[in-house]
Write a protein that binds this ligand. Structure first.
Ligand SMILES: Nc1ncnc2c1ncn2[C@@H]1O[C@H](COP(=O)(O)OP(=O)(O)OP(=O)(O)O)[C@@H](O)[C@H]1O
Length: 596
């Protein structure tokens, strides 16, 4: 098992079979369907394989003896076998489609649920594209393997064995010829498939690079023109296009080679069988019908033999996809519910206390917080100030347990946050981050995310507190207006007010706000500030402040320096007594009245 710090590259490579074996729990519920579908495919293929035997009967019977009385029955037999083959193929497809898409859905659901449980530290380390490709491409690869390659690897192997057995029974020398030719065909197909996939992957990556260059130059056309960098980029682009052409040609060369083998080897088999069969017929040791049947069986086995190679390669690709899937699933969440959670006193008062808190990011030698003590009394607003990179954001993530302290403890109403059920803690503590992220959903849904079973009235009340009701009502569909990445764009101030509404909608006892007035113009700042004053009344709040106007909202200010609270007190006291605080404030965009 991996710890949560497991990175994509640290995963140990298991054998293909061992990796695919882990699909077991997902396949077990649909094993009857998979076996049924496999049997349908096998019976269909065996029906096809037996057609040459009927042809042998026709040639050696009615045709050789010039007695057509049994011909209609034998022709009907061929027709029945054909219908059975087609019908069973249909059954296989119908059976597998529902079962395998169900497997894919369950695996995708479990991956998503697991991603939600993993802590932010994991998401910091993994690129979202890596997770996305596992959730989409790798799972489709696994589904295709289960739906097709897995079944046919078994069915075609059995079919080839049955076909060879049949040939050896009909005419041993002709069976031996096919058996000898099958080995290089399977090996060549396997080798080719591995090489072709590598070449296809390289071409795909290269075409991704070409697309990125086009996208960047279209988006950055102004910069390119302004700096006269157009010709430079054009040279880079044509070099990339040249490499892409080379990779595409490599694919074509590989394809040409394998098709030569796929055509030549069976033709050689045919020639050898005809030669041997011809002599045997001349010697009277074989009938014409037997030779025709043997040649027809060899032709029928052409695809199954050739397919075994690439089905094996496909199993390898599916194993790689499985491995990438389990890489994420094996990462264990580090922030979890305690075995026996302690209840919070009701009603929560919102008394927050950091005791000798230490914190270091995983993999980092130096601690961001080094023995920090801080108390925020119920109903009090404490502003947190400190230089860039001093650890303010880090500190705020510890309260709702987005990360756990690495030393000391953090208490809410006297209970260590690690002893509380996460759901209880996050019901009491609400957070608004520096970047007010909105989801592609309605205003209502975006705000209601902040609580459980939130009614429209509560959403409206939260919007009112956050000073956002007026602009929301002015949106084309009011509360139902779709916003976020794929919806209506909102201004920075509007986004921050919605983030505030989201934070207060669940009526939390503790509010943690990371720089709620960042990047606002003076007018918007005044509006959000007014909203903040209302939000902060009556709750315990820890507010990261990057500007004096936020500091002015607080009852007390805490100065974070070198991993500890270096000073705490009212703004005017600190301004009077603490040189570091004075210096810090002088570096902020400070209006006269705050410095007074
Ligand atoms: N996910 C992370 N992994 C490793 N180190 C991190 C991570 N996030 C932050 N840090 C480091 O921790 C230190 C504190 O960062 P933090 O974001 O808490 O500072 P901050 O005081 O909020 O800064 P700012 O005022 O610029 O927002 C910095 O040195 C930063 O590089």
């Amino acid at each position: 098992m991996l710890s949560e710090s497991g990175e994509p590259s640290t995963v140990h490579r298991e054998s293909t079979l061992a990796t695919l074996w882990r699909l077991g729990p997902y396949l077990r519920p649909v094993r009857a369907v998979i076996v049924g579908a496999g049997l349908s495919a096998l019976i269909a293929q065996l029906a096809g394989l037996s057609v040459p035997l009927v042809v042998q009967r026709i040639i050696d019977g009615p045709l050789a003896e010039r007695d057509l009385s049994t011909l209609p029955l034998l022709v009907l037999g061929v027709l029945a076998l054909g219908v059975l083959e087609a019908g069973l193929f249909w059954v296989r497809r119908r059976l597998l489609a529902g079962a395998t898409t169900g497997v894919e859905k369950r695996m995708r659901h479990d991956l998503y649920a697991h991603l939600q449980r993993l802590s932010v530290g994991f998401h910091d380390r993994w690129q979202s594209g890596q997770l996305l490709s596992r959730a989409v491409t790798d799972l489709s690869t696994i589904r295709r393997f289960v739906a097709f390659s897995m079944t046919f690897l078994v069915v075609n192997s059995l079919l080839v064995l049955a076909g060879l057995g049949l040939l050896f029974w009909l005419a041993p020398p002709l069976g031996a010829v096919l058996a000898v030719m099958s080995v290089p065909l399977v090996l060549l197909a396997l080798l080719y498939e591995v090489r072709y996939r590598a070449a296809a992957r390289a071409a795909q990556d290269q075409s991704g690079d070409v697309a990125t260059t086009v996208e960047e130059s279209v988006l950055g056309i102004r910069v390119l023109k302004a700096f006269g960098r157009g010709p430079h980029l054009a040279r880079r682009f044509s070099e990339q296009a040249r490499v892409l052409r080379g990779l595409e040609l490599r694919k074509v060369r590989l394809l040409a080679a394998i098709w030569t083998a796929i055509i030549v080897l069976p033709e050689l088999t045919l020639a050898a069988q005809l030669a041997l069969g011809g002599y045997a017929i001349a010697n009277g040791t074989m009938t014409v019908g037997t030779l025709v049947a043997a040649v027809a069986i060899a032709a029928y086995l052409r695809w199954p033999i050739d397919s075994i190679g690439w089905l094996l390669a496909d199993a390898n690709t599916a194993a790689a996809a499985c491995e990438r899937y389990w890489e994420v699933r094996d990462a264990r969440p580090t922030v979890v519910d305690p075995p026996r959670p302690r209840p919070l006193p009701e009603p929560a008062r919102g008394h927050v206390r950091f005791e000798d808190v230490r914190f270091a990011y995983p993999g980092s030698d130096s601690e961001v917080l080094r023995g920090l003590d801080l108390e925020i009394r119920p109903g009090e607003t404490v502003a947190l100030v400190g230089t860039t990179g001093s650890g303010k954001t880090t500190l705020t993530t510890l309260v709702p347990r987005l990360d756990d302290v690495t030393g000391g403890r953090l208490l809410v109403d006297g209970v260590d946050v690690r002893d509380l059920a996460l759901a209880d803690l996050r019901r009491v503590v609400a957070t608004a981050f520096e970047e007010p992220l909105l989801f592609s959903a309605s205003v209502r849904e975006n705000v209601a995310l902040g609580g459980i079973d939130v009614s429209d009235d509560e959403v409206r009340a939260a919007l009112r507190v956050a000073h956002a009701e007026e602009f929301v009502d002015a949106l084309p569909w009011g509360l139902s207006t779709r916003i976020g990445e794929q919806g209506l764009s909102l201004s920075g101030g509007q986004r921050q007010r919605l983030a505030l509404a989201r934070a207060v909608v669940g009526r939390p006892a503790v509010l943690v706000l990371d720089d709620p007035l960042s990047a606002l113009d003076v007018h918007t700042e005044a509006e959000v500030e007014a909203a903040l004053r209302r939000v902060l009344s009556g709750v315990t709040a820890l507010v990261v402040a990057h500007r004096p106007s936020t500091v002015a909202l607080a009852d007390r200010v805490a100065l974070l320096s070198e991993g500890r609270i270096a000073a705490i007190g009212e703004h005017h006291e600190l301004l009077r007594d603490n040189a570091e605080y004075r210096h810090l404030l002088s570096t902020m965009d400070t209006p006269e009245e705050v410095m007074a």
